[in-house]
Design a protein around this ligand. Sequence first.
Ligand code: PLP
Length: 395
Amino acid sequence: MTIEKTIYLDNAATTPVRGEVMARMLPFFGADFANPAAKYRFATNPWNAIEDSRMKIAALIGATDPTEIYFTSSGTEADNWAIRGVCNANPDKKHIVTTAFEHHAIMETCADMERNGYEVTYVLPNREGRINPDDVKAALRPDTAVVSVMYANNEIGSIQPIAEIGRVCRAAAVPFHTDAVQAVGHIHVDVISDYVDLLSLSAHKFYGPKGVGALYVRKGVKIAPIIFGGMQEGNKRAGTHNVPGIAAIGVAAECAALEIRDEIPCLTKLRDKLQAGILDKIPYTSVNGGNNRLPGNLNVSFRFVESEAILNLLDFKGVYASSGSACNADDLEASHVILALGLTHEEANGTVRFSLGKYTKESDIDFVLDVLPPIIEKLRNMSPLYEDFVGGGSK
Ligand code: PLP
């Protein structure tokens, strides 16, 4: 089989490593291989690379003090650490507030906390995928240890009222964590004006490598380590530093900070073209996530068809998209995100996420708009659900 095209529309799953970032990593696999924890001069370059990246990450998210940035192995680790670390530091408080449509890194951590005696309140989003800050406020209890609300949803891209939620938590003196893995590098994030106490991010979502992330912890917020061993990261997160990865995330952050302003309108324009074209050409189709979404996100429910079938036929055309979060691509259960919006299982099963990135071209969008309508038509013509619908005279 020859695939003539590669149209990558799964940038929410991961992004390619940009050239500048790759170049920055290479010396640390070669001449500058020393362990940054060593005290000799030979370890100066790796050490400086880490501290330089800490400053660049801090600058990207508006943190005033780089020592508030702790490097981790991933966004998943940062999420686990935020929840477990804050709870462990406050052992008398046994209640957590989060939402029903978080990434599995938060959902599964909370499920584990429940197995260990915690109570978790899952705030529901509205139909547009937005969390109401009043609902977060109503969920708070005197024994709430932490609130965790994602900055932007990974499947539907909806951006949350983080500053308002942050203000509610700050007023109640409850630590507020946000999983900003999908947001950082793509929209403006500012931990100070958003009243954020802890924030997770991940390099591979903004053109850095996989396997490196960070947790921002505001000065004064109590957090216990969850990984024990050496004294790295201020004695809070043990483990020899991933120097190439950490050097890389700094460059990725620096590039994002420089480019974000121009990139938002470009991506939004392309995404809106894809959205308008799909809605225009394909009936019985709806867009999830409301209007305030990540610039590159388009999540569409195609009625009467299965997303897996759509994705397979797109794959044959060289178009790569997904049915939800990449971590769950093997899980054929309907997405908990789409169900949390109140959509039916049938609507959830026909949902496809297109996520555009900085390398998406207008010709890619044109190509998708050419190949997608016949794919949906073909699948609907084989669909008993569609036959019933049409046969019932509802068309
Ligand atoms: N949180 C969100 C919102 C994500 O989208 C992802 C990855 O898809 C993660 C956390 C996990 O990040 P990582 O892949 O770095 O473990």
